[in-house]
Design a protein. Sequence first.
Length: 231
Amino acid sequence: MLFQLQEIDQRLHELERLKFDIPERIGALDRKDEEISTRLKAAQEQLEALQKERRQQERDLQAAQDQIKKYMGQLLQVKTNKEYDAMQHEIAVYKIRIGEHEDAILKLMEAAETASQTLEEMSREATAGQEECRTARTQLQERLSAIDDDVAVRLDERKRMAMKIEIRVVQTYDRVCRGHQTDAVVYLKKGACGGCYRVIPLQVIAEIRKMTRVITCEACGRILATEPELG
Ligand SMILES: [Zn+2]
């Protein structure tokens, strides 16, 4: 009966271990989910930065064009050659700037196009990835509640099993369990303790066979039993 009790406890122990892993795995999924969002947000910000820079370049281009128009108007009113040359020089400078702005706008448009495609791809992947996370999380949560149900059943089973055994024996077993969680009761193996392999004296083995009291291994404290076919 102690072995049956131990079997239930081993299953409970196993369930606790499974349960212990699940929140960690859910946490990992949450982190993955968050990571995807962060990457997506960074890509969005990059695209927005390119668009903002382009708008700035367009404003600067417009300003340079306005400036040239203004100089062209003033050109008609200049009195000296020197003034005329200076004005022409200014106009030339602004024309160069216009060319630079136009180049920059083209490059920014291309970069934004690429960034937009990347974002679209990432967006698709992110949706799929996050969907995967959601499904996996739901499965884990379902498993967690299934484990809880299983634990409740085993605990009930354990209670009923423990009631069949002498209270003293259960107490000894529970005490030994605190040191040896999953193998508090062991069979003798070739005259030795099945837990720590300490050789057990013959008169002690004879006493174990009688089963009149609980006998524990002097070395490791486990409860000793003889194999059914040998006992
Ligand atoms: Zn032992």
